[in-house]
Design a protein around this ligand. Structure first.
Ligand SMILES: Nc1ncnc2c1ncn2[C@@H]1O[C@H](COP(=O)(O)OP(=O)(O)OP(=O)(O)O)[C@@H](O)[C@H]1O
Length: 296
């Protein structure tokens, strides 16, 4: 498969923070969700791809071209033309109107399509003559997305792009991203704390915590295959003693009302432990057990 983005062993050190050995791939035709707590290193990773942060080590390839250290300015420029970016804040000049933002973008991107931009403004119901400073948060995000999509990008990079949008606006944004993904040459890397959005659209989920990759899995391995077992103390001890989990692979979280256990394969788990209450996992519960679970 053709990889749109390939990050290998990316490291970046700040005073008090260490991003270390990040490996991340966005294959064509896929949506990769990036999750993790505040300050985990998601934006630092994304900014490294965009050349807004200079990594200390590692390699970054966009469309098979090195855009990291020793990359030629021409290669970086060419690659960036093929990337659409949306950050969680709108960075266009405040006094500029929506229409003028489109003109500004047309100077930056060779493949800019004024017709496409017009159509997106209509789709998102964005008033052309309104100044950026007078847009609501949702409208600014829609403007950023309209700009990111109107230069025919092969890769979209979204950093918390649906944060602050109401549920209807989030759904409209996801529809727009699904539409974009109908072209299988396209791909999306999106960081989000709204894991329900990722459940709807992601193919892979990558979790960063304290600057390290904690897991990188197909989304279905979480939402279709994994389960959360709800045990009493005696049941938990029976599970722990059964040998079902290899040493170091039993993850549990204690609550006042019992113990939750992460079952990576809920079908196999329920075969072995009939009678133990078991729910399907979602990204939030999976994350909680992976990040905060006690390991045994
Ligand atoms: N320019 C900088 N100088 C020093 N430290 C920085 C700089 N940029 C980021 N950091 C630190 O790096 C760490 C990771 O920040 P980053 O923005 O990558 O996290 P994040 O996962 O995107 O978090 P959030 O979910 O809150 O947006 C944080 O501790 C942050 O304070």
């Amino acid at each position: 498969m053709n990889d749109l983005l390939r990050i290998r062993s990316l490291s970046k050190r700040y005073d008090g923070f260490d991003l270390k050995d990040i490996d991340l791939t966005v294959p064509a035709g896929s949506v990769v969700g990036l999750v993790g707590s505040n300050g985990a290193g998601k934006t630092t990773t994304i900014k490294s791809v965009l050349g807004l942060v200079f990594p200390d080590a590692g390699s970054i390839e966009l469309f098979g071209q090195n855009v990291g250290e020793h990359a030629s300015a021409k290669a970086v420029k060419q690659a960036k033309q093929r990337v659409g970016v949306v950050f969680d804040t709108c960075s266009f000049p405040e006094e500029m109107t929506v229409e003028a933002v489109g003109r500004l973008m047309s100077y930056s991107y060779e493949a800019w399509s004024a017709a496409d931009f017009e159509q997106r403004l209509a789709q998102f119901e964005l008033p052309k003559n309104r100044a950026v400073k007078d847009l609501s948060r949702g409208m600014s995000m829609k403007l950023s997305l309209a700009c990111a999509l109107s230069h025919d990008p092969d890769l979209l990079i979204l950093d918390e792009a649906t944060a602050g949008l109401d549920p209807l606006a989030r759904d409209a944004t996801l529809d727009c991203l699904r539409d974009y993904m109908r072209d299988e040459r396209h791909g999306i890397l999106m960081s989000s704390h709204i894991t329900s959005d990722l459940e709807k659209i992601a193919d892979y989920v990558v979790c960063i915590d304290e600057g390290r990759i904690v897991f990188s899995v197909e989304k279905d391995a979480i939402t279709d295959l994994a389960g959360i077992a709800h045990c009493r103390a005696a049941e938990f001890e029976r599970i722990a003693a059964s040998g079902f989990f290899a040493p170091g692979e039993l993850r549990s979280l204690r609550h006042p009302y019992g113990i939750d256990v992460l079952a990576p394969d809920r079908f196999a788990f329920s075969e072995s432990f009939k009678g133990v209450a078991l729910d399907k996992a979602d990204i939030d519960t999976y994350l909680a057990l992976m990040l905060k679970g006690e390991i045994r």
